[in-house]
Write a protein that binds this ligand. Structure first.
Ligand code: GDP
Ligand code: MG
Length: 438
């Protein structure tokens, strides 16, 4: 709700002190720890931090009025750019069918993601064909048939025949039946071995796939680097699908894989259901890897000077119960200065990663509405909300292009905030010793 958003603003208001070079270095050490904890490869983390430090100790941060925000922004920017471009998608052949070969270790999610891709592209008007090239376990063929049926996409299989032959036949079948997308579900092993690699190389040589997609389980953490570089060296992959991101992994594998192979992550798997496939967004992954909340805290810790005057002033207002609509408006204007709501919210613990674009848009609209309502109040009304009687409410609603319900809701929210502040500033039984949120 709105009050959550505003409390985040208060929290962010602390980020005003000046930073010294040593503070930044200290903060960067913690960023590196955060990266390692998120399973980012050691070398990748080290290089990354060096790059960010170089930028952060420059004038652009130290001279800035909001150094902490600057540092966060640099970390986020660099991480995002390291993970590559948004919109790395499947290359479709100008001469259908387009052939996509899935590869990866056993259990990484190849079969599941073959079906997810089929569904994804079927919804975009393609006519996919799923191909059972994992012939070593009969159950694997059945599994593909089951998921194929679920997404209503045909499955081509020839039992336990030679996978290279199956792939070739499947392509000519696709041509005959008008399937413009052929997805080859191949076998995996628990570990990379030469037999598997040779089989995949043979399929590649025989059918020349447009896309070789490496499927990587994000839960394997640091191992992702070895897996990705081995497959890439042997096959020359075109992209990566990172799976099982619905788990509690922080996704550091994404960063390492991209840095080590130079190949883009094209999709991420967010669950066992066949709809749970998303295009890859580097910025979301950046927030996830850093758990922006943590980074915020550590940057706050690194701050030497706090704008105590402002904090005291606000604390005083709360104690006196005089946080009025003028204060609320100035908080909101602060919030707007910090950039688009989506990026601001992405920095809040618990929000990062979960934030949907629609939510941010919705929030942005709400903020605009609130601002309009407050601006339609007279000075006296802003200072003393109790003045706002029904006829004033009607006037304010008309003036701000909103409804009386909207005005009522804002007044209620303001009351709730005051109540909350009273409790935080010592009004509640155990509140005396409780810390201010900012
Ligand atoms: P394959 O051996 O590479 O073909 O892997 P499968 O597609 O059979 O997947 C292995 C297991 O991981 C299955 O139980 C899947 O349901 C599960 N799985 C695959 N992708 C995801 C995902 O994105 N999230 C979750 N939670 N489970 C997944
Ligand atoms: Mg499989």
């Amino acid at each position: 709700g709105l009050s959550d958003k505003l409390s985040a603003v208060f929290k962010k208001m602390r980020g005003k002190g000046k930073l010294k070079e040593a503070d930044i270095k200290e903060a960067m050490r913690e960023v590196r720890m955060a990266l390692l904890e998120a399973d980012v490869n050691y070398k990748v983390a080290k290089e990354f931090v060096a790059k960010v430090t170089e930028r952060a100790v420059g004038d652009e941060v130290l001279e800035s009025l909001t150094p902490a925000q600057q540092v966060i922004k640099i970390v986020n920017d660099e991480l995002t750019s390291l993970m590559g471009e948004t919109g790395a998608r499947i290359n479709f052949s100008s001469k259908p069918p387009t052939i996509v070969m899935m590869c990866g270790l056993q259990g990484s999610g190849k079969t599941t993601h073959s079906a997810k891709l089929a569904l994804h592209f079927k919804n975009q008007g393609k006519r996919p064909l799923l191909v059972a090239c994992d012939v070593y376990r009969p159950a694997a063929i059945d599994q593909l048939k089951v998921v194929g049926a679920k997404v209503n996409v045909p499955v081509f299989e020839m039992g336990q025949a030679n996978p290279v032959e199956i792939a070739k036949k499947a392509v000519s079948h696709a041509k005959d039946y008008g399937n413009d997308l052929v997805i080859l579900d191949t076998a995996g092993r628990l570990h990379i071995d030469q037999v598997l690699i040779e089989e995949l190389q043979n399929i590649k040589a025989q059918v020349s796939p447009q896309e070789i997609l490496l499927v990587i389980d994000s839960m394997i953490g640091q191992d992702a680097v070895n897996v990705a570089s081995s497959f890439n060296e042997a096959l020359g992959i075109d992209g990566v699908i990172l799976t099982k991101l619905d788990g509690d992994t922080r996704g550091g594998a994404a960063l390492s894989v991209r840095a080590v192979t130079g190949k883009p992550i094209k999709f991420v798997g967010m669950g066992e259901k066949l709809e749970d496939l998303e295009p890859f967004y580097p910025d979301r992954m950046a927030s996830r890897i850093l758990g922006m909340g943590d980074v915020l805290t550590l940057i706050e810790k690194a701050q030497t000077e706090l704008d105590e005057k402002q904090a005291l002033e606000m604390a005083q207002k709360m104690k006196q119960n005089s946080f009025d609509f003028n204060d609320m408006l100035s908080q909101m204007q602060q919030l707007k200065k910090m950039g688009p709501l989506s990026s601001v919210l992405g920095m809040i613990p618990g929000v990062a990663g979960k934030l949907k674009e629609e939510d941010a848009e919705q929030g942005e609209k709400q903020l605009q509405q609130v601002e309009a309502i407050i601006q339609s109040m007279t000075a006296a009304e802003r200072e003393k909300p109790s003045l706002i009687n029904p006829s004033r409410k009607r006037r304010i609603a008309a003036g701000s292009g909103t409804r009386v319900e909207d005005v009522n809701r804002l007044i209620r929210q303001h009351e709730q905030m005051q109540k909350m502040f009273r409790q935080m500033s010592g009004g509640s039984k155990k509140g005396k010793r409780r810390k201010m949120p900012f």
